[in-house]
Design a protein around this ligand. Structure first.
Ligand code: PHE
Length: 461
């Protein structure tokens, strides 16, 4: 298998950071983070999340970068090559294939909702409605057997269109355009939110920890959220790292992406929680519907006297969600499609269309699990929840742990050091800490959390 050629590398260092940040920043930050923070009691959850973010998720991300760039081809080949030809690790190349199908299938359902809400906002469909209407509208839309599937299909088609354009013209260019817009929108909305009445209550919920609320499920959720938010453990970043240049500083890149991702999550919290507290009787633990029911209501009630502001704030917010979702769906499709592209010599168009179609099929099951198929369950969970569980609480931690064990114990230390220092041309001051984390801390942390989850012992109430 040939190494990735020049035009299939990210053209610039900034492009590489933005593309990886684009994968990381997504609904996980703007939708899942506030939902999880609300459900897990606020600030204490956030602190544990940040701990996992920098001590677990970021080292795993750097590990994925190192494996991907060293191999420079498919993830399976990267494992094979870096492991000095040990065939036993080649099967890890299947993780991105399976993981990509699963994650894109359910993620694009929510991405489809955001696209629908964006068009509603554009039409002015949220104007002059009462609080109850938003929840009725959302319930009617999300349980409809056809409508959400059409929006899911549109998201998948848009994603395919970008992936088909290739690494520089598609992925890098889309990230370079979308990420700055996303930042501007975030900042504008956060400033608006901070001026709302009772904003301080929302900030207290976000930043004043109450550790009595910490249970084992809070810890597991915080770990799952950190891994999900950085897109690690599935091999998605291994795939992107194949397109990194030899002079890219992997550690710096990883830390920049983690910094960007955490700031976006916190900014999303700053947008959402002050807004929620600005209206009596709204609760921060409203669940996944928070950004689809609570927020349009907030925008209308708070800016009701100035219809233009009400219109523009919901429009901006849903545009933000759509862009965030798209930069992530691109990376999900890429990691799976590139496997078929390289392994079976399919064109980018054919491999993306194939993966997109299968994901649409699974996505339809996930979408139906909110309505017509509500009672169809696997291990007690509907399709959507089952896919989310499998990805965020199972494949990502196990995948991440295996990658750390591989790089920390199987790969020759010289190879790892050469990768982290670009063959001795740059310094990597955090190298020893990083190596300690991937050899001991990360595998141990993940094993302990799992052991606790399985009830093997209870170190946390
Ligand atoms: N990190 C993305 C988000 O926060 C989700 C994602 C998961 C992307 C796995 C790629 C792979 O939304």
């Amino acid at each position: 298998m040939s190494r990735t050629s020049g035009k299939n590398l990210f053209a610039s260092k900034v492009g590489a950071v933005l593309a990886a940040a684009g994968s990381a920043v997504g609904l996980g930050n703007v939708w899942r983070f506030p939902t999880e923070t609300g459900a897990n009691g606020g600030a204490a959850f956030i602190l544990i999340y940040i701990f996992f973010m920098f001590l677990l998720a970021t080292p795993i991300m750097v590990t994925e970068f190192a494996i991907g760039r060293h191999g420079g081809s498919t993830v399976a080949d990267s494992f094979h090559k870096m492991g000095g030809g040990r065939r036993g690790w080649k099967w890890m190349g299947l993780v991105p294939v399976v993981g990509g199908f699963l994650v894109l299938s359910y993620y694009s359902v929510v991405a489809g909702w955001t696209l629908h809400y964006f068009f509603e906002a554009l039409k002015g469909g949220f104007m002059h409605k009462g609080a109850a209407d938003y929840s009725l509208d959302f319930a009617a839309f999300s349980t409809d057997p056809v409508q959400p599937v059409i929006w899911t299909a549109l998201i998948i088609i848009a994603t395919c269109a970008i992936v088909v354009l290739g690494v520089q013209q598609g992925i890098e260019r889309a990230s370079r355009i979308m990420m700055p817009i996303l930042f501007i929108l975030l900042i504008v909305l956060a400033v608006c939110s901070l001026t709302l009445p009772n904003a301080s209550q929302g900030l207290r919920f976000l930043f004043e920890p109450d550790f009595s609320k910490v249970t084992s499920s809070v810890v597991i959720s915080a770990m799952g959220q950190a891994l999900f938010s950085l897109s690690v453990g599935l091999g998605c970043l291994c795939t992107y790292a194949c397109y990194f240049r030899k002079d890219t500083d992997l550690m710096k890149n990883g830390l920049s992406v983690a910094g960007i991702d955490t700031s976006v999550a916190l900014l999303s919290g700053v947008i959402i929680f002050p807004a929620v507290y600005s209206i009596p009787n709204l609760q921060p633990d409203a669940g996944p519907s928070l950004v689809f029911i609570t927020l349009p209501n907030v925008f209308q009630q708070v800016f009701g006297n100035v219809p233009f502001l009400a219109y523009i704030s919901s429009l901006f917010f849903y545009l933000l969600l759509v862009l965030a979702a798209l930069t992530s769906t691109i990376s999900m499709l890429e990691m799976t499609a590139v496997y078929f592209h390289k392994k079976f010599n399919l064109s980018r168009l054919h491999s993306s269309t194939f993966v997109g179609t299968v994901c649409l099929l699974f996505g339809t099951f996930c979408s139906l699990s909110f309505g017509a198929w509500k009672d169809v369950t696997i291990f007690g969970l509907g399709f959507f929840d089952f896919f989310d569980f499998l990805v965020a609480k199972f494949i990502m931690p196990i995948g991440g742990m295996l990658m750390c064990v591989f790089l920390g114990w199987v790969v020759d230390e010289k190879v790892l050091r050469a990768e982290m220092t670009n063959n001795g041309t740059i310094r990597c001051p955090l190298y020893s800490i990083y190596r300690f984390i991937i050899r001991y801390l990360a595998p141990l942390c993940i094993m302990l959390v799992f052991a606790n989850e399985l009830g093997m012992f209870s170190f946390l109430k």
